[in-house]
Ligand binder design. Structure first.
Ligand code: ATP
Length: 803
């Protein structure tokens, strides 16, 4: 007998192949559909008997084993592999008796509810303040370190031009960059690898409901800040804006919980917000505050949270998120004003300042050119993502050891410095110095009274270079210089994103786009018949197209750019370029963040269910058999199951005898559904010895508070650390007061798409599948939903299961 359950559908336009459950004794559990009809449900066949009790790992092993039916002619990228290790956040309130009793009591103390609301605003205020302060610190640090670095090299360049010792500043430049990058990379690799990159994919996962270990820890924040300082100041092709979003999220998670578990500090405040649901809302606010500080764009911050992650919105939450964003830019404004000695100027709302575009105008016909530039941005973005994907897969295979990661980062740092130096050497592009006050102009190999415009592209922070590209007068850069810069920086940024060091992608994308946008403007200005071409306009459109082509965000980026340029009329061409870039890019691959998320095998759920997934039903998707508990369960069985299985939720049932399984409609059933109990609650019950044999049990249960179940949140005690005496093993626990009575269930015939929508919109962790008699027959978690994917082959769409 074949132990697999292949489920193949040979419909001409639609086929499904899944391997869902492992059967041991049943045959024909799933029928092969008659042609032209999709049928994935178990057959109503009395031959189909017991389905073996296997965990997800066993199922995976089975899938990976030689018996598994692999989808034919389908090339499965590494990114399609779903990892089992990720856990979900629990957004559902456990509606058990303890909770209900507590809520009844609350209705008599209404002031407590108001106070709770006020505290939420206080937390958002603090999130804004601390995010703004962190941004100010990063900016100040980068400015100072870069200033010292560039001034040192400049002095040596000026000296060596005369003394003919140009190798010396080169060596200095290399050494300073390498030392800086070494610090950031070493700390990231050896102490907190999750600090690497921009952190946006991880925050996206978190807001989607997946726990990425260590992602919102204090240690992560510290290393992120130090790392980004060293990466940006060390001259890598990175920005500090993306990491700001991650930093804001960590700050929010820490403040809202009133403690840091990394340092072991507990301020004993905000304890009522120690749950995944509350924390998620504050993390959304933190991410928004991060964007607001990065770009001086509070509305863009709110929209970023909306577009990129937060699945759960209500009016008051949006209002609080906006409040945190405004406070964040305001704080940064004040801090920057003080640092730059214009305390009440309030003209530094973000880490990056695009400068004023007040004089920038465009004609109607230029919108068609914008569409073309958007398409180029989409194509280049798709190419960027493709190369980066291949590189990341290569890294996952061959750059696994920590020292290798640090070494690679150092190599990139060295190459970046060499790249700049070589370009300056071969393409000096001298221009007369018109403003002596500018300190970043370097003579290099130019005549006295001239500066190297190529060197100018590198001898400043990337943010300042973006601004130069936007606003420098026509004639500042030659097309050849810009072409070499844009193409070289494209490859550099591609190589850099994914290194073991904090790094943002916004600024490199803007830089590349601004450079080729400017080239487009210069070329267009040479065309006969075109009226005055505004280079700032084309640089901006190029920058937005490139960014849109890589990250594929539209709403938030449009608003971010509008706010950063303080120019509403430019919003339309920017939006047009972003939409076209996204549309074109999407024809080839996903946005860079989604690619990285899928490469990591995170079971993230998209906005919409897969196309054609309505043809799959609950029975196809669910796990079966289910591990359930009865209302009164021996302690020994509970401990045994918790030790053997890693599941976090268990249906609680009545009328079930594990030794005498029942069948209904050809499928094993597991008793009548009563509710669901969480692993963490079971462990707390064992810890508190809530056994029926305890004479005080009723009194203890009546006095229990929900907060007692949350004491060790978010790092719950493991079952191995609970000591149960041999005598206690024979006791019994009554699960009734602890089960979530309003847990979501779904009928076996429900479609995948409706299950998916409920999971996504309600932030569920488990969904129990029942039959028409209210008997449990299966369970669905996000991993069950995320393991399907669509493949398009020769114009035919099919749904496949990930390996
Ligand atoms: P999460 O990891 O999302 O926090 P979880 O740990 O309870 O939740 P998963 O790790 O997603 O569950 O489960 C892995 C697989 O085990 C899934 O296929 C799921 O359907 C299955 N599963 C989960 N709970 C049970 C259970 N009580 N009995 C049997 N199978 C289960």
């Amino acid at each position: 007998m074949d132990e697999r359950t292949p489920l193949l559908n040979n419909h001409p336009q639609f086929s499904i192949s899944t391997i869902n459950h492992r059967r041991t004794r049943g045959e024909n559990d799933f029928q092969t559909p008659v042609s032209g009809k999709v049928n994935t449900a178990p057959q109503d066949d009395n031959n189909a008997e017991v389905i073996n009790s296997e965990t997800f790992n066993n199922i995976r092993r089975d899938v990976e084993g030689h018996h598994a039916v692999q989808p034919k002619n389908v090339h499965i990228e590494q990114g399609h592999i779903l990892k089992v290790g990720f856990q979900s956040l629990d957004y559902e309130i456990s509606d058990n008796q303890i909770y209900q009793n507590e809520e009844k009591e609350k209705s008599f103390k209404r002031w407590k509810l108001y106070w709770r609301g006020v505290k939420r605003w206080i937390i958002c205020f603090l999130i804004g303040v601390f995010t703004g302060l962190t941004a100010g610190f990063i900016d100040f640090g980068v400015e100072k370190i870069s200033e010292v670095k560039f001034q040192t090299v400049k002095i040596w360049v000026d000296k060596c031009v005369l003394d003919n010792c140009m190798y010396l500043p080169q060596i200095f430049w290399f050494l300073i960059n390498m030392c800086l990058v070494l610090v950031g990379s070493f700390l990231t690799t050896y102490f907190e690898p999750v600090s690497a990159g921009s952190g946006i994919p991880q925050i996206k996962c978190y807001l989607n409901g997946v726990i990425v270990p260590h992602v919102v820890r204090f240690k992560t924040l510290v290393i992120k800040v130090i790392g980004v300082l060293s990466a940006v100041a060390g001259g890598l092709a990175v920005g500090k804006e993306g990491p700001m979003i991650h930093s804001g999220a960590v700050i929010a998670a820490g403040i809202s919980q009133g403690r840091t578990t990394s340092l072991g500090w507990d301020f004993k405040i905000f304890q009522e917000f120690r749950s995944d649901t509350e924390k998620r809302d504050f993390v959304s606010a933190g991410a928004a505050a991060g964007v607001a500080a990065a770009f001086g764009a509070p509305v863009g911050g709110v929209l970023f949270s909306l577009e990129e992650g937060a699945s759960f919105w209500n009016q008051s939450l949006v209002w609080r998120i906006f409040f945190a964003s405004i406070i964040s830019t305001m704080t940064l404004n004040i801090v920057q004003g003080i640092i730059k000695q214009h305390a009440m100027d309030f003209s530094y709302p973000g880490l990056i300042n695009f400068g004023t575009f007040d004089d920038v105008r465009y004609e109607f016909y230029e919108l068609f050119i914008v569409i073309c530039l958007g398409a180029i941005g989409g194509l280049l973005g798709a190419l960027f993502n493709h190369i980066n994907l291949k590189l990341t897969v290569f890294r996952m295979k061959y750059v696994q050891r920590k020292w290798q990661k640090v070494l690679e980062t150092m190599m990139v740092a060295m190459y970046t410095a060499a790249f700049a130096y070589i370009i300056i050497f071969y393409k000096n592009d001298c221009k007369p110095i018109e403003n002596d006050a500018e300190t970043t102009l370097v003579q290099f190999f130019c005549q006295d009274g001239q500066y190297s415009s190529t060197a100018r592209l590198f001898f400043d922070t990337p943010e300042a270079t973006v601004k130069h590209l936007f606003h420098n007068v026509p004639g500042t850069y030659q097309v050849v210089t810009l072409t070499i810069f844009a193409s070289g920086y494209f490859l550099l940024a591609c190589w850099t994103y994914g290194l073991s060091i904090p790094s943002g992608l916004f600024i490199p994308s803007l830089l590349i786009g601004a450079a080729w946008g400017r080239i487009a403007g210069i070329l267009l200005s040479g065309l006969p018949g075109l009226k005055k071409v505004n280079l700032s306009f084309y640089s901006l459109v190029g920058a937005s197209s490139m960014l849109g082509g890589i990250v594929r965000m539209t709403i938030s980026l449009t608003v971010i750019i509008m706010e950063a340029t303080s120019n509403v009329p430019l919003g339309f061409p920017v939006m047009l370029s972003l939409i076209v870039a996204k549309w074109v890019g999407d024809q080839f691959n996903e946005g860079i963040y989604d690619l990285h998320i899928h490469l990591q095998g995170v079971p993230i759920l998209g906005w919409e269910p897969l196309p054609l997934s309505s043809n799959l039903n609950a029975k196809t998707v669910m796990s079966h058999p289910v591990i359930v508990f009865r209302m009164k369960e021996p302690v020994e069985r509970i401990v045994k199951i918790l030790k053997e299985e890693e599941h976090n939720g268990f249906p609680v049932v009545e009328d079930y005898d594990p030794d005498h399984p029942e069948m209904a409609d050809g499928c094993q059933t597991f008793g009548t559904f009563k509710g669901l109990i969480l692993r963490s609650h079971l462990i707390t019950m064992l810890k508190k010895k809530l056994f029926l044999e305890n004479p005080e049990i009723n009194k203890i249960v009546n006095n229990l508070k929900m907060s007692e179940f949350n004491e060790s949140y978010p790092r719950y005690t493991g079952i191995q650390r609970i000591s149960i005496s041999p005598e206690e093993k024979h006791y019994t626990m009554d699960l009734a007061p602890f089960i979530n009575q309003s847990h979501f269930v779904v009928l076996e015939t429900a479609s995948y798409s409706s299950i998916f929508r409920k999971f996504r919109s309600l932030g569920l962790r488990h969904m129990v599948v029942i039959n028409f008699r209210n008997q449990v027959i299966g369970i669905v978690t996000r991993k069950d939903l995320a393991r399907f994917m669509t493949e398009c082959k020769n114009g035919e769409i099919s749904i496949q299961e990930k390996p």
